[in-house]
Ligand binder design. Sequence first.
Ligand SMILES: NC(=O)c1ccc[n+]([C@@H]2O[C@H](COP(=O)([O-])OP(=O)(O)OC[C@H]3O[C@@H](n4cnc5c(N)ncnc54)[C@H](O)[C@@H]3O)[C@@H](O)[C@H]2O)c1
Ligand SMILES: C[N+](C)(C)CCCC=O
Length: 505
Amino acid sequence: MAQSLLDSMPGACTGTVSVTDHLNFWGGKRVKPRQESDAEPVFEPATGRVLCQMYPCGAEEVDEAIKNAYEAYLIWRKKAGMERARVMLEAARIIRERREKIAKLEVINNGKSITEALVDIDIAWQCIEYYAGMAGTLAGQHIQLPGGAFAYTRREPLGVCVGIGAWNYPFQIAAWKSAPALACGNAMVFKPSPMTPVTAVILAEIYKEAGVPDGLFCVVQGGAQTGTLLCHHPMVAKVSFTGSVPTGKKVMEMSSKTVKQVTLELGGKSPLIIFKDCDLENAIRGALMANFLTQGEVCCNGTRVFVQREILPQFLEEVVKRTKAIRVGDPLQDDTQMGALISKPHLEKVLGFVEQAKKEGAKVLCGGESFVPSDPKLQNGYYMSPCVLDNCRDDMTCVKEEIFGPVMSVMPFDTEKEVIKRANNTTFGLASGVFTRDISRAHRVAENLEAGTCFINNYNISPVEVPFGGYKNSGFGRENGQVTIEYYSQLKSVIVEMGDVESIF
Ligand SMILES: NC(=O)c1ccc[n+]([C@@H]2O[C@H](COP(=O)([O-])OP(=O)(O)OC[C@H]3O[C@@H](n4cnc5c(N)ncnc54)[C@H](O)[C@@H]3O)[C@@H](O)[C@H]2O)c1
Ligand SMILES: C[N+](C)(C)CCCC=O
């Protein structure tokens, strides 16, 4: 059934696809929703058409999926790491083979450009391939103790892990969470955002095809209620959450009731600092990459752009020229650079931030308006023109709050000390960036910025080998990189006596 959906992708155009397949997945197959009464429409952002219905899972379905995942976990955890690796490598291969079709479906559900979606799918299979490579390397330590006694540690899986995703990188988030989880021998029940329910289930089918036991990667659909059921379920060992700070706090609180481990990948308001000694051309490219990928709906975007006063005029002139030239439109067209925002309410929220910024004294240098493409089929889509704001101050709403749209706020600064203080003056701490040719300054600034990532002379690249995650309210735990193995496994110490027991009794 699902294969037919992917098979229809090559010829599919914007405005032509409807998804009727079931979107839940456990027991090795798509599962019909038990309740069809609370359906929520899912929209195609590019056209505003209804793409499909999302039927939230209730308590019985969540319980069934978790129990099914637990059965699969009992089988999977006993497999050698090399065996798990082979299955995961096969899953990565299948994704690579179907990348165009999956990317197309992602575009239709999310609204981002096909150019970007292809990169997202590539990052997804790379992540699975990377953790497949690590599955066979998991090992403990041998510790010598007095009298011939010794101890060793075993790195063991946690059990059933829950993944809860945001809507901006639907397939990639599912891969970033499931790949390390599965490599360590866990099972995962994944809940995508109710706005992007379509592609996580494709990943489930691919894992199944690659040879994971039925139930190892399950998908349950739903919003806050379904998420709450997952976070409270006693058989869940860990919740890895990607989403906003307020929801992340709730997830942490709910998970604490049954002492589940938690990873929180939350929002950001990241600083990008551009010194006058930078390569200006690269800094401008970096600023655009830091603000306008996925219509600005990126957690780690560098939306507070601090530019050293001497180069501010040249920077603004060039950034505005290039922002105005960004081609907004049909996300399935190869030459489109920016697609549609996720939903009408979200578009209105982002436009509201621009209005508020104007009221607070910011100057709109370009964009910041809703945009109606000339193609009639796109006229009800959720488009806006990318925006550059000048005259921004640190106390403005647009500088303090995560907008999650294509809005860049630019501010001048004079000294390194001053800009570091201002950059750190936020409750967020996801990412940061610095452009300078001074190597000492670059590393000094990186050391002093309170953020989980600092890009030097680039922005928003995401090699899967490098850990990704936040400081402060942007969360804790990491995705990607070797360290994430520690967030999906636990250590057992086995202590072995070789002599007699010395008892004080
Ligand atoms: N740090 C990261 O890696 C990262 C990546 C992508 C997005 N984000 C952040 O995500 C936010 C945008 O995504 P969003 O609007 O989907 O966020 P959101 O917090 O509204 O929702 C995220 C997920 O949580 C679920 N959810 C909502 N209420 C819940 C509850 N009470 N219990 C359990 N689950 C619940 C949603 O259904 C969704 O699946 C932004 O703040 C963005 O910065 C962070
Ligand atoms: C792949 N990027 C661009 C680093 C985004 C990671 C996920 C954040 O929203």
